[in-house]
Design a protein around this ligand. Structure first.
Ligand code: PGA
Length: 242
């Protein structure tokens, strides 16, 4: 486990963007697993800047997003489709054919959608680098704390803490979707390399529980301790309970 404690959010974003850029430079047809939320926004801004300066090229890169709310159309401002377009895809030369985000506005055949998502990852040769944030409750993607976790991409009910945490992006808590599709911990653990980012004091407990040496499905991120190539980039506040 490679743990990098940096000063603040901007430095975390810089280190993370350099790691992603390095992956793309090493392998032109890299397959990236991408995350949404506040945590990677600064990283995406830097990746867009690197693209503008012709330091990275996305034309042969393939991406898979970790998760998406069920019930939001792709053009809904809080959907992860919208987030990804606004933060990255609209600004770089990625081929839309190479972008996969679970759930695309149709509630039909969701189980099949999940199965096909994992199949597509396999067909792409697997994820080279999976980018992750962490929830205040230790979730990864929408793998919420539970007695059992599902390995593959699956449908989930969001935990109360997640609905609460994500309500800041919506007009009211009632508008936060209750269901989502998420890559499973198995899909995530299959990635060649994992990059976990966290910033701020509100992530300190989740970070401590995830890196404590104990592995529990009650803190899904703790399973990442079993990954053989994980880089953790966190700022001082997020690291304050380690
Ligand atoms: P955040 O969310 O980056 O908006 O804090 C992270 C997560 O819930 O995984």
């Amino acid at each position: 486990m490679d743990l990098k404690v940096v000063e603040h959010y901007d430095e975390m974003s810089e280190v993370a963007a350099n790691l992603v850029a390095g992956t793309i430079k090493d392998k032109k047809d890299a397959v990236l697993g991408l995350a949404t939320g506040s945590t990677p926004e600064g990283m995406y801004a830097r990746m867009v800047e690197m693209y503008r300066r012709k330091l990275i090229d996305f034309s042969t890169v393939t991406t898979f997003n970790l998760d998406e709310y069920i019930g939001l159309e792709p053009d809904h401002p809080q959907s992860y489709h919208y987030y990804m377009n606004r933060n990255l895809f609209d600004h770089v030369n990625i081929d839309p054919e190479n972008i996969s985000i679970p759930y695309s506005g149709s509630d039909k055949g969701l189980e099949e959608t999940c199965r096909k998502f994992d199949e597509r990852i396999e067909q792409a040769g697997g994820i080279d680098l999976q980018v992750l944030g962490i929830g205040v409750n230790g979730h990864i993607g929408f793998n919420e704390p539970a007695r059992h976790l599902k390995a593959g991409t699956h449908l989930v009910e969001l935990a109360e803490e997640t609905i609460e945490a994500n309500s800041r992006f919506f007009q009211s808590k009632d508008e936060v979707p209750r269901k989502a599709i998420t890559m499973g911990m198995g899909s995530i653990m299959k990635a060649g390399k994992v990059l976990l980012m966290a910033s701020g004091i509100n992530k300190a407990e989740a970070v401590r529980d995830s890196l404590s040496g104990l592995v529990s499905t009650k803190t899904p991120a703790s399973l990442l301790q079993l990954h053989r190539d994980i880089v953790i980039v966190i700022d001082r506040e997020a690291a304050s309970l380690l």
